[in-house]
Design a protein around this ligand. Structure first.
Ligand code: SF4
Length: 418
């Protein structure tokens, strides 16, 4: 069944056969207009076809309007997506400003019936302004009404997405892209596969935005993203990709472009050198491991036995077939980030690298971070004002810890329970 084509702004279409759209997201504060414009320009030059910017509240709506104005006056026409959490009112307002609005059904409004009514209002505004929508669910932040019915499962994710897509159909609104992200590659792949099947059975297939959320950084973040995304693209599922790395977001683009070219049937133009070896191996073998077509991995990259063993370990862990180190979840950061996330993540990794198999989350903000940590054993969350909260599972066990002490306090807490 053919996938719907969703127009974003004047020139971009998501859902075209053979074109996988590359997108990324700013990690600057939206009120810092100069820094956000600068980052958007760098992203656009690097090959981003769509750029997302967080819009935490009503006061940020004029900021994104000004960012768009400056970009357009400088000839940067890349469409903008407003990222909304916890404020349906802001979604309705910003839909008049940008080319696309991303909403998370899990936190669109605390009351489910009000959420549905507000969503219908948003669809009306989007129709009037030609604005597209992404229904973007995350494994860690599903609404209570849906987890009460189906647990915190891939099925719950797909069912929740179908409910919101059905609302779009009922309102005769088809400019919609859908995503079901998780930091767990198996959960993510199963959720997208289920939703793809459900959409086909319903007779309306919306294009899909693929991503492994909170994938971390460095080789591990790249490999985890490639394994999850490539498994789906390999099966013909997915129309746009975002590779979430806890790094400068411009660094995400070569990886996303690699995936878009490789699975869009185009010659792969980037990256080169060792990064390329890593991406090739992750995409060549990760899907087969994840789908249990093979059970183990031995590599011969020509770069030495030590490197081959390390790369095989990383791909096996990303496919969740064998764990050789802790499983880190780290959000990429955005305009809500409350501290130096990249620095905090490195410090936490340095203290905890011996804790094989443990799931440790490092999150940028106290508003969204705890809800997005999903199945982490421990969470390390920026509060702002130089302070960190430490969570055990989803429960805060230490609050207001000064940042310079927090990695040690986390390790003490973990070791006291070993
Ligand atoms: S958890 Fe991270 S990416 Fe998500 S809203 Fe907070 S800072 Fe942004």
């Amino acid at each position: 069944m053919e996938t719907l084509k969703v127009r974003i702004g004047k020139d971009l279409v998501i859902g075209e056969p053979g074109h996988i759209v590359v997108q990324t997201m700013c990690n600057t504060h939206t009120y810092d207009i100069e820094a956000t414009v600068d980052q958007c320009m760098r992203m656009s030059r690097a090959g981003a076809e769509l750029i997302r910017i967080t819009v935490p509240g009503m006061k940020d709506v004029p900021c994104i309007a000004e960012i768009k104005r400056i970009l357009r006056s400088n000839g940067v026409m890349t469409p903008l997506v407003a990222d909304i959490h916890f404020s349906s009112e802001t979604a309705v307002a910003v839909a008049k400003v940008v080319e696309k609005v991303r909403i998370n059904p899990g936190n669109f409004h605390p009351d489910h019936e009000t959420a549905r009514a507000r969503f219908a209002e948003l669809l009306g505004v989007c129709k009037g302004y030609g604005t597209a929508i992404r229904v973007g669910l995350n494994h860690g932040s599903l609404g209570k009404y849906i987890t009460d019915l189906y647990g915190n499962t891939p099925l719950a994710m797909a069912k929740a997405a179908m409910e919101w897509l059905q609302m779009c159909v009922e309102n005769d609104f088809f400019q919609v892209v859908v995503s079901l992200k998780s930091s767990n590659t198996i959960v993510m792949v199963e959720a997208y596969q289920l939703l793809h099947k459900m959409m086909q059975e319903s007779g309306v297939v919306f294009p899909m935005h693929l991503g492994v959320t909170e994938a971390g950084n460095g080789d591990s973040g790249r490999i985890k993203s490639c394994v999850g995304i490539a498994t789906l693209l390999d099966q013909g599922i997915g129309n746009t990709v975002r590779v979430s790395l806890t790094e400068d977001p411009v660094e995400e683009i070569p990886v996303a472009k690699y995936l878009a070219e490789r699975y869009g049937g185009k010659p792969v133009s980037m990256p080169h050198g060792r990064e390329r070896v890593i991406l090739d191996a992750a995409c060549d073998y990760g899907p087969s491991l994840l789908m249990h077509r093979i059970d183990d991995l031995k590599l011969d990259t020509g770069l030495g036995a030590e490197f081959d063993a390390y790369l095989a370990d990383e791909i096996l862990q990303a496919s969740r077939r064998r764990f050789y180190k802790p499983e880190y979840i780290a959000c990429p950061g955005c305009g809500r980030t409350m501290y130096n996330l990249q620095d905090a993540f490195e410090k936490v990794k340095a203290r905890t690298s011996h804790l094989k198999g443990m799931v440790i989350a490092v999150m940028g903000c106290i508003v969204n971070g705890p809800g997005e940590m999903a199945d982490a054993d421990w969470g390390y969350v920026g509060e702002g004002n130089g302070k960190v909260s430490i969570y055990k599972k989803n429960v805060p066990v230490l609050r207001h810890v000064p940042e310079d002490e927090a990695p040690d306090r986390l390790l003490e807490l973990i070791e006291s329970e070993l």
